[in-house]
Design a protein around this ligand. Sequence first.
Ligand code: RIB
Ligand code: NA
Length: 284
Amino acid sequence: GTYEVVVVGSCMTDLVSQAPRLPKAGETIHGHGFFIGFGGKGANQCVQAARLGTKTAMVCKVGKDFFGDNYIQNFKNNGISTEFVRQTEQAATGAATIIVNDEGENAIVIVAGANLLLGEEELQWVEPALGGAKVLVCQLEIEPDVTLLALRMARDRGGESAPVAQQSPPAVFPLPNVDVSALSALHMGSLAMYKSHRVTHITSQSVSCVFIQSVSSEVTHGIAQSYGAGDSFIGALAFYTAQYPTMPLEEMARRANQVAAISVQAAGTQASYPSRGGLPPHLF
Ligand code: RIB
Ligand code: NA
């Protein structure tokens, strides 16, 4: 099929413990909450784009295990195509152990597992879909070479690509039409877009500034549950890029901010992401 937004990236099961503070080395402390959520930067971004009403496909690898089966069902529940989701017996579904303290700060250990087995042969099947897509979104929770290959395929299919990647050494993405200045550390996920020249004007600083403003002005009570908010922002930005190609980038970022600001008002990543129906009409 054809998809407006294609995400080539990660899927993790988030195992979240809420505790008064983060434990020190060698220490055991009591927490007061635990839940399991669907996470991973790639899947989070895809789910947010899908919930805003764009046709999406996820390209990823999960384990042939309970968490992997559940994750595939989660994609279906969100209306995301699983045409390019593969299961492997060689590794477990990726997992993120997350501890959140009462200030909303977090510490995260990621075991990427099956995500690291997403390889070049899977991407060959995806190539036609990359050509038809308006936006390709990547992160750095899969092998960097595979991310690079996806970007290259998208570019060779006639698109422009401009990755803005989290903690990415610029050398990882030696694509000629990429704005390397945009590759410095960005604290809120990552994206790669093509067929959108304007995206090359994003700098990590301007984007994270806009985002921080919206968190402080829109959270009026409670603690900001900030992890995963960057993925909501990126997913929303992908949605606006796909569906409103003439909208100024600043306006897309402003609206994506408002979407992400809602996600910090509840715990979890995807569990807190808004759908189109729950958002004010002026965002569309
Ligand atoms: O960006 C938030 C995500 O980072 C979490 O869902 C966790 O899985 C980690 O990948
Ligand atoms: Na949240």
